[in-house]
Ligand binder design. Sequence first.
Ligand code: PMP
Length: 382
Amino acid sequence: MELFNVYPLNDITPVRALGAQLWDDKGQQYLDFYGGHAVISIGHSHPHYVQRLTEQVQKIGFYSNSVHIPIQRELAQKLGEVSGYPDYTLFLCNSGAEANENALKLASFHTGKSHVIAFKGSFHGRTSGAVAATDNPKIVAPFNANHSISFLPYDLEEVERVLQEKLTCAVIIEPIQGVGGIIMPSDKFLQGLDELCRANGVVLIADEVQCGYGRSGKFFAHQHASIKPGIISVAKGMGNGFPIGGILISPEFKASYGLLGTTFGGNHLACAAALAVLEVIEQENLLEHARQMGEYLKTELLANGDAQEVRGRGLMVGLKYDFPIKNVRDQLLTEHHIFVGNASDPTVLRLLPPLNIKQEEVNQFLQALYALIAIEAEAKPA
Ligand code: PMP
């Protein structure tokens, strides 16, 4: 049987990984400055993670949600503590798209309305509701049973106008846009949005699938703006490679929890992985580390990286150039053996290294980038 894969394929077969390092089947070593698309939070095969998962699968790997699964409660308790949301309820599922799907469903069920406001350049996943709220013409299907959508710029007057015109259930936003190219709405914008949602009985959904879990230097990126969204979606870094997602739900939506459910969500192994991630984030003080390494990376890039813009927070950094970055990205991989990301804007390079990246690894990336940018600048017509 043939295997379908939508993503452009690099001719590399990683067979082993540790921290921010990968090795392929030929023994070549790579630096991972992309984390498999923001998934690797605490580094590949962290010893504590390996131990937690191994011990769990030796005891019990799965039973359905029809029995007590104490590790789910342990995870909810820990996530509440570490994130600063002890009063919210956790629903566990398996991916970022599924998290957003459930967030949108809950918002529309709770409010009895169906219009959704999303933002230009957004990416929320590939399932029906999530893809409908995704501003990417390549992947949107005409079928969407549930929602009508407005894609707006970061402009509060526009949001208010649509809220007055349409029966809106939710505003969904990435507090730092990932796939779109590390684009940040201002703290003031997020605060105004939070106020507008509250005043109009609309659910604010923060999609923290990419920017959450410590990546921005705070547990959630929206916490830089000191707002409290009604629903927060998480996935990616939550499991450090083990598929898991979830939504954190404000107690005000309790009456609508009944429509949430899934077979695999909250299975023993996924919970063990997610607990190990939180324990390592805490024990190794990774929020502070991500802040410090992010500051160092950004300061260096602003001084020497020749980018038009250096965007982002913590270890979620976008470099915007005045030329397409495809060559630079390809050569980082093939000549310098460093993985970095691209974005839907072809002039943006996306950096998402593990939260425990070491300073010497940041330096290794910077040296390689500077060398390539110098070559690119020379090749440009004067
Ligand atoms: N939301 C955001 C912000 C994302 O970046 C992504 C994945 N790129 C998703 C949702 C979808 O997550 P998943 O691929 O796990 O369904």
